[in-house]
Design a protein around this ligand. Structure first.
Ligand SMILES: Cc1cc2nc3c(=O)[nH]c(=O)nc-3n(C[C@H](O)[C@H](O)[C@H](O)COP(=O)(O)OP(=O)(O)OC[C@H]3O[C@@H](n4cnc5c(N)ncnc54)[C@H](O)[C@@H]3O)c2cc1C
Length: 327
């Protein structure tokens, strides 16, 4: 029995969500009393495997093949199937990235197993893994159990675990060379589509000041911007603010925006609709300012201030200014 985390890289660079998956794998392996292992696929992944050898893992599998140099669903599914046959993990965890969404169903079908996608929590019950998935647009949480034997496959939502929970250690590296016939790869990778450069990567922000409809008017966002500046925080918003064009779409947090996990999330005039909460629940400390004492945001807030943000925010700004040494 073991838990395998399959990490994602492109061009020798990690997709950082992979480390959240690694943290989840380590956690559940400790609880289960089984070894945690990890795998990285590609061509020339030696340096990445060495990176992983410094984590608390039993084995790091460096899955190498020249036909894995570029991602293809066929190549990845074939290689992973062989790896799973070799390692026989009870549970294989993946980050819920676009790439994983692309090949995981194919891998699961080729193994005759099901894959549970976009899980937000994982626990053991009666010695068996139980995953939690959001359904009905985040209104309900569903517990999902696997039927039959492993390997069980699951992908984990970005922001649901923290990359800084990964435990350091020493792991041995094992090279694994899958057999991939060129004919099995039916797609030829094209030029990589480049997304328009994001002004901000909210998922990497340490602190966020987020504004909601309570801000009242586009001109008032300046107040939040000043507060964010003093806190060294990024500015974010609920959907109505971005829909109104008061802030760009890339600053929207929630089910149809970004998922964030900062150390501090300061919510100004945000009610806490479920579609917003799913994007910021991973924040370590949530501070909410809202004039409605029954606003749902207070259910997830560590510190709640019931009050008018136009009174509270200027006082916070003043207090922060005073606490900063004069330059
Ligand atoms: C399919 C779908 C996807 C969605 N995706 C997202 C998403 O990704 N992100 C998202 O945010 N929403 C999303 N929504 C919208 C979501 O349902 C809510 O409508 C939205 O989050 C509400 O935004 P809000 O909290 O800013 O506004 P409101 O719900 O209008 O809340 C404003 C809050 O401000 C408070 N307030 C007002 N004045 C003040 C003041 N002076 N001082 C202090 N507090 C004040 C009020 O008490 C209230 O609680 C989605 C909806 C759907 C149907």
């Amino acid at each position: 029995m073991s838990v395998l985390a399959v990490l994602e890289q492109r061009g020798g660079k990690w997709n950082r969500v992979s480390f959240e998956t690694l943290a989840a794998a380590q956690q559940i392996a400790v609880e289960w009393g089984v070894p945690a292992t990890a795998a990285v696929l590609g061509s020339g992944v030696g340096a990445l495997a060495v990176d992983l050898a410094g984590k608390r893992l039993e084995t790091v599998y460096a899955v190498e093949h020249e036909l894995l140099a570029d991602y293809t669903p066929d190549g990845y599914a074939v290689a992973l199937r062989q790896l799973l046959d070799r390692v026989k993990p009870t549970l294989a965890l993946f980050p819920h990235t676009y790439q994983v969404r692309d090949f995981l169903p194919k891998l699961a079908a080729s193994l005759g197993r099901s894959a549970v996608c976009d899980a937000i929590a994982l626990r053991l019950e009666g010695g068996q893994p139980v995953l939690v998935r959001r359904i009905f647009q985040g209104r309900l949480n569903a517990d999902v159990r696997f039927a039959g034997d492993g390997p069980h496959l699951a992908s984990l939502q970005a922001g649901a675990w923290r990359a800084d929970w990964v435990a350091e250690g020493v792991a041995r590296i094992e090279s694994f060379a899958p057999e991939i016939a060129p004919a099995v790869i039916r797609t030829r990778p094209g030029e990589i589509f480049r997304e328009s450069r994001r002004e901000v990567d909210l998922s990497a922000a340490e602190s966020i000041v987020a504004v909601g409809r309570g801000i009242g008017d586009a001109g008032n966002i300046e107040l939040a911007r000043r507060l964010a500046g003093l806190l060294g925080a990024e500015l974010a918003a609920s959907r109505p603010i971005c829909d109104a064009g008061w802030l760009p779409m890339e600053r929207q947090v929630g089910s149809s925006g970004q998922t964030v996990a900062p150390k501090l999330y300061l919510a100004l005039g945000i009610s806490g609709a479920i579609q917003h909460l799913v994007g910021m629940r991973g924040a370590r400390t949530v501070v909410a300012i809202n004039k409605d004492p029954d606003a749902p945001i207070f259910e997830v807030a560590d510190y709640g201030i019931v009050g008018d943000l136009f009174q509270v925010a200027p006082e916070l700004i003043e207090a922060l200014r005073k606490s900063k040494p004069a330059s």
